[in-house]
Ligand binder design. Sequence first.
Ligand code: BV8
Ligand code: ZN
Length: 255
Amino acid sequence: MVSERELAAARRLLAAAGSLAALTGAGVSAESGVPTFRGPGGLWRNFRPEELATPEAFARDPRTVWEWYLWRRGLIAATEPNAGHRALAAWEQQHERFTLITQNVDGLHDRAGSRRILKLHGDLWQERCSGCGYQRRNRALAYPALPPPCPDCGAPLRPSVVWFGEPLPRMVWAEAERAVAQADLLLVVGTAAQVYPAAGLVEQARCAIEVNPASTPFSSRVALALTGPAGEVLPALLTGGRDKITTCPPPIPTA
Ligand code: BV8
Ligand code: ZN
């Protein structure tokens, strides 16, 4: 659990930060009921990432890959954003200099009201053609045939997410690196910090606070590791506190 003393220290760092960025992972959606990737009962539990979240898997068996994504869409459609998503959306409304960067493809930050979101790994509710440039937003939970054909050229449509071995969207990645470089403080929320290059943003942060019930490779290197669930810690942290200002400890040493 997070102590009041740790929360007060985190609020002081937050109050001292002129600009803030947040990097979220699957853990921020855990309290909404969306399984994480690596946790108990996680999405990867029954599959290996290489089996489904790669272009090779899609080329080999597009039907199975689509079935997995449609199953995830159905699961996510039945959930709601939680207090952690809403706290980040509320912070964005009150602070100009705030950038939300997410590894998640579930769309729960959008549904919580966040507007300025850098989606590093794409969006489960977006589809694009593997042949031409066609793309669309779609909330379909089922299709008459899998993979769905592109309405323009007939080639298979794919979920517009970034698979392993695929590059992140260049502009989004550049904006995320710039946001972290300009941020006085980075909130690292609900990520095991195992997937790169996203996890590398934590190393680039001047000062970071981690929110996670478990430890990660960065827990010993951030300014503060708040050991608790995002749905509780973020509202407590982002409601603000008027403690005296402090400065952040020295930058995170690279590994
Ligand atoms: C790239 C979209 C280069 C799809 C995802 C060989 C070849 C190429 C690259 C590599 C390679 N070997 C390694 C790499 C790099 C690879 C990588 O990092 N692999 C890892 C596994 C080692 N990365 C890539 O391939 C990336 N691309 O490098 O391209 C390139 C460049 C130019 C040209 C060509 C190629 C692409 C990576 C993106 C993969 N796509 N998602 C989909 O969703 O299906 S990744 C996937 O993992 C999700 O996006 C997820 O968000 C992300 C990270 O996982 P986490 O979010 O951290 O989730 P996890 O379950 O792991 O952890 C949850 C955490 O929450 C835990 O810590 C838990 O304690 C915590 N938690 C639980 N409950 C709560 C909580 N926290 C707070 N509150 C709670 N209540
Ligand atoms: Zn097409």
